[in-house]
Structure formats: structure tokens, C-alpha cells
Design a protein around this ligand. Structure first.
Ligand code: AMP
Length: 373
């Protein structure tokens, strides 16, 4: 089987590594620039609006998937006429617009904070009437890792913030004072008879630093049971409602006993990298399986996993790592704020996984083992 992947970053790299292990070949199509997929398959680079390039890419593929959700929807629609694209354009369109995304979540029974569209200055007054302050103003499209957002503390902040974000369509959403952030990863596949299969991984607790994921622990414990059950049901409804084929990640705030859905990624996600070592089937393998309509693998965890991202600095090359730790480097050149790799520690007890991850993180950053990770 042959899978096409739009994008050639670290997610494409790990998708292709998982694909190779189940005998699937990959071909990549990405805009010009640095990639992380050397040696993992044929790479085409160019303008994704180039019809000839899209046709060349699609030739001989069994399916196409994507590894970043801001992939031009027009390219996906064009490709869909040549080869099945999974997940489909519906998932992409929903995830690319924060207002549609939240409306969709609500329709699937997920709790969401108060929100209102702010597409133009005429929306300031109605939005402020419907959304309590403090609030966050975010661009409806193209935001990631905390970019394209501004905090609104008083009504007068809104016009300036809207202008600062480029006067593009935005969403105003109530600020949630949360105890923690978690994500749920699920996967849905449809078999040849049209029957759907869905699986969830254990929830992950995420910590961010400067807007970038820093640490993920899975399973996240002590979550409010009733609200978690509602979130899992909402995830299933979202997967089915979008007719989604592949992995989907929904990020939640945990606030006063409730899980409040913030956003989704219709693809494999950074908070699920631990599944490579910490689960029976990784998010990458199951995404490939779903894209090619193969049966899914089981998603049970094999212990407690702690994932740390390696951001910005080149890791110390001769660092000695504990035996329970696995290191993934993406082959990127270093730059402030750039994700260069990650490590995962898996153990039966959270404290063991945490200390192994911390020791490895400190060693890779040239710090004494006692330094805070
Ligand atoms: P996002 O791009 O929506 O994932 O937001 C990036 C980060 O900003 C989140 O991980 C939160 O830490 C914070 N954030 C975003 N939206 C809100 C909100 N409505 N209330 C509180 N914090 C938020």
C-alpha cells in the first residue's frame, strides 16, 4: 500500500516510521523549506495550488492524509477528486475555524465556554453582551501554539486587540480559569462494509511553557468522572459527526469539575507522541491504518508515560539516558521556540516515569540531574 502525506515535518516523519513497520510506503508533498523526512519516502516540494504537482503526487497512491491542519482546503478538495483523502475535507473545514469548531462541539454534547464571533467592528457590542470578561480574542483561522490571541480585560481593550490581530475574523471566548489542561485522542476507521470502528487512548495531562507543549503525562488521573464520560461521548460524536477517518485530538480545560472543550486537531498530535512507546498501538500507526481502511490496533496503555518536548536548543549529544527513556530527534536545525525532538519515559509508577524523564531531560540540556525539568 502507498500513502501520500501532505506536510513533511516531524508528524510526517513519525507517520512514515510507523507506516514502514506495517509495510506501507509513503510519499510526501510539502511547501519548499526544511523537512524532517529524509530517507522515509519520495518527497515532492512546491506550491500546493499547482494542479500538475498535485496530480503527480496523487499518482499510484491508495490514500492521502495530512499532518498539519492549515493545509490549504482547496488542495485537499482537488486531491479528493483523484484519490481518497482521509480525514476528509469536512474535518479540515471544521478544525480550521474556531467558531465552527465550538458550534460543532456544542452540537456533539461537549461543554464549551461562552463564545461569539467578532468578524467586524459591528460585532463588538453583541459579542461583549454575550461573553463575560475577562475573555480571549483569537483569530478564527490559522492560530496555533498561542499565536493570534489577545486577552480582553475591559470592553475598551477589544477594538485595539482586534486591530492588533489584523482586523481579520475573530472569536471572543470567555477566559477559563483552569486547574489543568488535558487532551483526548481518538481514532475512527471505516471498513470496506462501511462499519465504523473507534478507539480512545487514555487521557493526557498537558503543561505548556511559553505557549508550547512542554510535558504530557498519560494517563491523567483524578479527572472528574462524570465530565470525563461526557467528554469521551462527545469525542465519539465528533468523530462520527465529521465522518472522520483517522486520529483526532480534542484539547480541554479542566475547571471546577468540568471538562471544557477548547479546540481540536484533525490529525496526530504532539500530546500523543507517548503512544509510540506507551500504548499497544501508537497514534501514528492507527492513523495510517484508518487512512488506508485497515483494522485498528488496540490502544491500551502499557504503564504511565511522561513525554517531554525538546525545544530550541540542540540536545547534548553524549548524554546518558535512563533505560526506560526513548529519544526522538527530528533532524531539524535549531531555532528559538522550534520543536527539535521529544523523549518519552514509560514506567509502572508515575513517580518513576517522571524522575526518568526529568533525569533524561536534564542530561540532554547539560544540567545536573537535580535541575527542574
Ligand atoms: P489555544 O491556541 O486555543 O490552544 O490556546 C493556547 C493556550 O492559551 C492554551 O493552552 C491556554 O493555556 C491558553 N488559553 C487559550 N484560550 C483560553 C481561554 N479561553 N481561557 C484561558 N486560557 C486560554
Amino acid at each position: 500500500m502507498k500513502l501520500g502525506i501532505l506536510g513533511a515535518g516531524q508528524l510526517g516523519r513519525m507517520l512514515a516510521q510507523a507506516a514502514a513497520q506495517i509495510g506501507v510506503e509513503c510519499r510526501f508533498l510539502a511547501p519548499p523549506g526544511e523537512t524532517c523526512v529524509q530517507g522515509l519516502g519520495e518527497l515532492l516540494q512546491g506550491d500546493l495550488s499547482d494542479d500538475l504537482l498535485l496530480t503527480r503526487f496523487a499518482q499510484g497512491l491508495d490514500a492521502v492524509t495530512y499532518e498539519w491542519e492549515n493545509v490549504p482546503a482547496a488542495a485537499v478538495e482537488r486531491l479528493s477528486r483523484l484519490v481518497p483523502v482521509r480525514p476528509g475535507a469536512r474535518s479540515l473545514r471544521c478544525a480550521q475555524d474556531r467558531v465552527h469548531e465550538k458550534q460543532f462541539f456544542r452540537g456533539c454534547g461537549l461543554a464549551v465556554q461562552a463564545f461569539a464571533p467578532v468578524d467586524a467592528p459591528r460585532d463588538f457590542v453583541p459579542a461583549l453582551a454575550g461573553v463575560p470578561l475577562p475573555a480571549m480574542l483569537k483569530t478564527r483561522r490559522m492560530g496555533y501554539d498561542g499565536k493570534g490571541q489577545a486577552r480582553i480585560d475591559k470592553p475598551d481593550d477589544l477594538p485595539a486587540a482586534f486591530e492588533r490581530l489584523g482586523s481579520v475574523p475573530c472569536i471572543l471566548e470567555a477566559f477559563v480559569s483552569f486547574e489543568s489542561e488535558i487532551s483526548l485522542l481518538g481514532v475512527r476507521a471505516v471498513n470496506a462494509e462501511g462499519r465504523e470502528e473507534m478507539r480512545l487512548w487514555s487521557p493526557c495531562r498537558n503543561e505548556h511553557r511559553r505557549g508550547i507543549l512542554d510535558r504530557t503525562v498519560s494517563p491523567a488521573v483524578d479527572l472528574p468522572e462524570e465530565s470525563l464520560a461526557r467528554a469521551c461521548a462527545g469525542m465519539a460524536a465528533t468523530l462520527s459527526g465529521l465522518d472522520h477517518e483517522g486520529v483526532l485530538c480534542i484539547e480541554f480545560f479542566v475547571s471546577r469539575g468540568r471538562l471544557i472543550a477548547n479546540e481540536m486537531a484533525p490529525r496526530v498530535h504532539n500530546s500523543g507522541h507517548w503512544t509510540i512507546e506507551g500504548s499497544q498501538t501508537s497514534q501514528f500507526e492507527n492513523h495510517v491504518r484508518a487512512a488506508l481502511r485497515m483494522p485498528l490496533g488496540p490502544t491500551e496503555s502499557s504503564g504511565v508515560s511522561v513525554l517531554r518536548n525538546l525545544v530550541g536548543d540542540v540536545p547534548v549529544p553524549d548524554a546518558t539516558l535512563p533505560a526506560s527513556v526513548r529519544l526522538h530527534l527530528y533532524g531539524k536545525s535549531p531555532k528559538v521556540g522550534r520543536k527539535l525532538g521529544h523523549l518519552t519515559a514509560v514506567a509502572q509508577r508515575e513517580s518513576d516515569a517522571m524522575s526518568a524523564a526529568q533525569a533524561a531531560f536534564a542530561a540532554l540540556n547539560g544540567q545536573p540531574a537535580s535541575a527542574r525539568g
